[in-house]
Design a protein around this ligand. Sequence first.
Ligand code: SAH
Length: 250
Amino acid sequence: MAWLLGTLLASCISSWSAGPAQDTAARFVEQRQAMVSRLAAYDPAHPINDPRVLDAMRQIPRHLFVPKHLVRKAYEDAELSIGKGQTISPPFIVAYMIQTMELKAGDKVLEIGTGSGYQAAVLSRLAGEIYTIEIQPALAKRAEKTLHDLGYANVWVRHGDGYRGWPQKAPFDAIIVTCAPDHIPQPLVEQLAMGGRLLIPVGVAKTKKWATQTLVIVRKTEKGMVEERRLSVRFLPMKGEAARHPSKGR
Ligand code: SAH
C-alpha cells in the first residue's frame, strides 16, 4: 500500500513538474516507438524492414487520427473504430501494404478508402503526391481537416466512390485500396502507369460484415498485367458501384 502511494505520488510529482501536456506527448512518442519495434517481428513470414516505412510510422501521430475516446488505444496492434461503421487499419497492415508498394520519392499515388487519413499520411512521407477518395462524406471531411491541420500538404482528399478512380490525375505509379470489392475494378487497372502497382484486397463477404480476402498485387508491365496473391486479410467491403454490380470486373 505504502509502495502504491509512493508510486502514485512520484508519478504525480513528475507529471506536475514536466507539465501534463509534455508528459502525454512523451508517452505517445514512447508508445509509437514500441509499436514500430513490434512491427518488424509481428508476422515473421512478412517482416516489416523498410526503414522509410518504419521512420514514417515512428513520426506520424496516429493518436490524432482516431476519435478522442480511443486515443489511449491508438498504438495498439488493432483496428479501431473511426465512426460511420468504418475502421482505421491495424499498424501491421498499413506498414505491410505501404512496404509492398515499393514507393519512390516522386511517385504519384491513389488511395481508395481514406478513412481516418492515417495511411494517406504515411504514404505522403514516402511518395510525391497522394490522391485519396472516401465514400463517406463525414469521414472525407474529417480526414481532410486532420491532414491539413497536421501540415500534410501533398495529400488531396476527395469525397466520392473510388471504384472509377481519379481519371483526371491518372496515371498513377501506385494504387492502394483499403476496402474490399469482390473483383478488381477495371478502371483502377487502366489508371496504372507503366510499371505501376495496384494493391487491393479482393473477396466476397461471407459473413454480414467481415470477410476473408486475399491481398492481390497487379503490376502493369510491357508484357501485360502480372497478378500475384500475397496475404489473407480482413477489410470492410467496398461500397458503391462495386457492391451494386458484383463480379463485373476482371
Ligand atoms: N486507410 C484508412 C482505413 C480505411 S477503412 C485509414 O488509414 O484509416 C476503409 C474505408 O473505405 C472506409 O472509410 C470506407 O468508408 C471507405 N470506402 C468503402 N467503399 C468505398 C468506395 N467505393 N470508395 C471510396 N471509399 C470507400
